[in-house]
Design a protein around this ligand. Sequence first.
Ligand code: SF4
Length: 375
Amino acid sequence: MIPVTMLLTGDDMAFSPLFKRRKTTPVRCGSVAIGGNAPVSIQTMTKCDTRDIDAVVREIRQAVSHGADIVRVAVPDKEAARALEAIKKQVQCPVVADIHFDYKLALLSLEAGADKVRVNPGNLGGKERLITVAGMARAKGAAIRLGINSGSLEKDILEAYGAPTPEAMVESARRHLAYLEDAGVEDIVISLKSSSAKDTIGAYMLMGQFTNWPFHIGITEAGPGLHGRIKSAAGIGTLLALGLGDTVRVSLTGPSYEEVEVAKQILQSVGIRVFGPDMISCPTCGRTQVDLASIARQVSDALKGMTVPLKVAVMGCPVNGPGEAKEADIGVACGRDGGILFSRGKVLGRVASEEIVPALVRLAREYAESPEGKN
Ligand code: SF4
């Protein structure tokens, strides 16, 4: 067997063994720690007008109820910055102010209680303004995110590299990071985003060699529907596998709570965090004699909201199904007239077709109440 580390050793880049998280200095963002040994947190960004305080509060609460740890809001003007004070009083989670162009909006947001400000140094207006914002963040006990975006790199860097390459993004990040570190600023989070998953991965891999500050990861403007989800999963999943992520935001053209759900799925799929049951169901084939898609969907819907780390297998035939069903915590191998139920690797017996879903749900609830489920 070839050791994983050998598979990952490139000629020109020092790779980490898979899933070995990069060592970072933890940064506080309100009640949530980013980096260090803190769990990889989930972020999203509200889509409504930040000046509409009730709408923002509603959206933040909805995102949190779906599992968001931190929520960011756009601050395009002074009214939006001032709204943060009222918003902060009505929500429990840390709130991040998203700033472009106007550094004064960052200062106002920090005055209003933002737990972190995300600035894009490429459009903030220079070193002095960046240091002013970072100084205020420090005075307020807030964090600052250097949000490097491939679309707004400095002119001289673009000229030197000819395009917004990963190296160009890292050059920009290092330049601004040096400004902050020279000024004694701490509590810095870094992001290097491009709409290309490949460039994003390259940029974080490179930047990981130069700093210990935590990384906020995501694929920016990933797009709508399936496209956005797959692009995000590929990019974020790869970064997490390389140990290069401390907080995650999935950017979708869709509701913020969906971004949170997708982020949770990605984190759970790569085994970084567990939020609930893990559904395994076979792809079906010519041996399948039941409507497996419907059974799998019904079981998945019935287990929604359950937070127990439980492996549930729904398999389509009694030929190959039992193997996988036995490996799971609970499972069923379906046949023409019913299914064979399994629990913790043992056969429990046969159930009629109409009993498959209720029986699995009952087993899942029993598991949740058992000492294993409560661990
Ligand atoms: S478990 Fe059975 S039905 Fe499902 S894909 Fe495998 S062989 Fe086909």
